[in-house]
Design a protein around this ligand. Structure first.
Ligand SMILES: [Zn+2]
Length: 156
């Protein structure tokens, strides 16, 4: 079964835009709470539809490793996301491609697709309790996470 009919815009293409490239290179503000495991996950999607993962505690090092992975010939695209925090869509982001939406966890345009499976490549060891949710192609966050959070924020 193939879940993906098309792919999100590659990070290499996004980085052609200088504003996006600078955005990615700068460490976002993170909560000061102590961390028990690395904040950053680097994902690589291969041309054979396999995924490679790497955890990294330091943002600059994560970006460096992201670009090393991006340069490998077997890698189709890469993504770097926070395992601890989601971020607002930057105001300078204009219209996205019609099939893409902004992921506040990956900080990039992505596809939200229905995953009928009980596992996701970005959530190793975790069992997805509610299957058939639309999830980010890269990080696996539920599409409704952001709308649920906005609703919660507005009601308080
Ligand atoms: Zn995502």
């Amino acid at each position: 079964m193939t879940l993906t009919l098309r792919y999100p815009t590659t990070l290499a293409t996004l980085e052609i835009d200088e504003t996006y490239s600078i955005y990615l290179s700068r460490k976002p503000k993170m909560p000061k709470a102590p961390v028990l495991s690395p904040d950053w996950m680097i994902l690589g999607h291969t041309h054979k539809d396999k995924w490679v993962r790497h955890l990294e505690p330091d943002y600059k090092e994560a970006v460096r490793k992201l670009h090393i992975l991006q340069g490998k010939s077997n890698i189709r695209d890469v993504c770097l996301f926070s395992r601890r925090k989601t971020f607002k869509k930057p105001t300078w982001i204009d219209a996205l491609a019609p099939f893409e939406e902004w992921c506040g966890r990956c900080r990039r345009p992505t596809l939200f697709q229905t995953y009928p499976l009980t596992t996701h490549h970005a959530l190793p060891g975790a069992t997805i309790l509610v299957p058939d949710q639309k999830r980010c192609f890269f990080c696996g966050i539920r599409q409704t996470y952001f709308s649920d959070r906005a609703r919660t924020a507005n009601s308080s």
